[in-house]
Design a protein around this ligand. Structure first.
Ligand code: PEP
Ligand code: MN
Length: 338
């Protein structure tokens, strides 16, 4: 870390900082300028949390050099991480994967009808919520374990891997029994107990970005999962809240580039929640792929007007097939497979 001293910092103050730093196991290099003195400290930056050097007399600013998210950072691992989901599906390599399905699991026949269509169009992962984070307590809350069983059965029948949301630390074990990927929803991105719990299992995790989360907060949430032992984590950009009201959220394409730059973990783009309108979904999907994401999550429903949740952003199977055809061309252009 770099410590910038106030102009006029005394020799005693400088010596006091150096003594303290050395006691903490850091080695100091002093650089004296005409106006200012700067101290470079080499060693574990974690000590800053215990001893905030900002409070020392004579200190103007402490600048950390290393990112506080360590395990998720490119500094920790240079190469892209590829996360194995099943024998057929690995995320983060040349091949892009599309997770598609209804917002909520509504029943066996209903899910099967959609699964058949998304599989035919080229999706490799079936999505569907059994535990739904609804803004209103009076809205459909999901089918729970019965829904999980349906997801597993339908996934197996159509050769699709599965992803579903887990909202409660107490349900992690249960959801792991049925699903190939655990989804942490936007509203739970900073549910630290849940993050710790999914960190203790072996099932891969997709961490959606919180509605108003900064990149740093998002990276730190992923760090919770890795720090607890689960390295099979991917990010999902699903739009953030901005001043715009015409779309449900603002899909932040910058997230793809910045996460790829800062982290070795894959990133998925969800233009369904990112826009909230089915007519805008394909354009968001193409933008995500062009920017370099590793896959998509798309809501599909065969009767959107009757969907239990998120009908307005759900694509009819025919339009999902169109989206796949359109995005395939972009994937080829950026040397990826879809
Ligand atoms: C969902 O995937 O249906 C969902 C609720 O997503 P998010 O957490 O991004 O709102
Ligand atoms: Mn949804």
């Amino acid at each position: 870390m770099i410590i910038v001293l106030r102009s006029g910092a005394t020799e005693d103050q400088i010596q006091h900082i150096i003594e303290k730093a050395e006691k903490l196991g850091l080695s100091a290099n002093i650089s004296r300028g005409v106006e200012r003195t700067v101290i470079g400290l080499i060693g574990p930056e974690d000590v800053l949390r215990v001893t905030p050097l900002e409070v020392f007399p004579g200190v103007e600013q402490v600048i950390p050099v290393l990112a506080p998210y360590r395990l998720v950072s490119r500094e920790f691992k240079k190469e892209d991480s590829v996360i194995k989901i099943t024998d057929d599906v690995s995320i983060g390599g040349k091949k892009l994967h599309v997770m598609a399905g209804p917002c909520s699991i509504e029943g066996g026949d209903e899910l099967e009808a959609i699964a058949k269509e998304v599989k035919a169009a080229g999706a490799t992962i079936l999505r569907g919520g059994a535990f739904k984070p609804r803004t209103s307590p009076y809205d459909f809350q999901g089918m729970g374990e019965e829904g999980l069983k349906i997801l597993q059965d339908v996934g197996k029948k159509y050769g699709l891997a599965t992803i579903t949301e887990v909202m409660d630390p107490r349900d992690v074990e249960l959801v792991c029994k049925y699903a190939d990927i655990l989804q942490i929803g936007a509203r739970n991105m900073q549910n630290f107990n849940l993050l710790k719990e999914v960190g203790k299992v072996k099932t891969p995790v997709m961490l959606k970005r919180g509605i108003s989360a900064t990149y740093k907060e998002w990276l730190m949430s992923a760090e919770y999962i890795l720090a607890n032992g689960n390295f099979d984590v991917m990010f999902c950009e699903r739009g953030i809240r901005t001043y715009e009201t015409m779309t449900r959220n603002t899909l932040d394409i910058n997230a793809v580039a910045i996460i790829k730059y800062l982290s070795h973990l894959p990133i998925i783009v969800d233009p369904s929640h990112g826009t909230g309108k089915w007519g805008l979904v394909s354009s968001g999907a193409r933008a995500g792929i062009a920017a370099g994401c590793d896959g998509l999550q798309i809501e599909v429903h065969d009767r959107p007007e009757e969907a239990f949740s998120d009908g307005a952003q759900s694509l009819l199977p025919v339009n999902f097939t169109k989206l796949m055809d359109e995005t395939r061309k972009i994937a080829q252009a950026v040397d990826r497979e879809l």
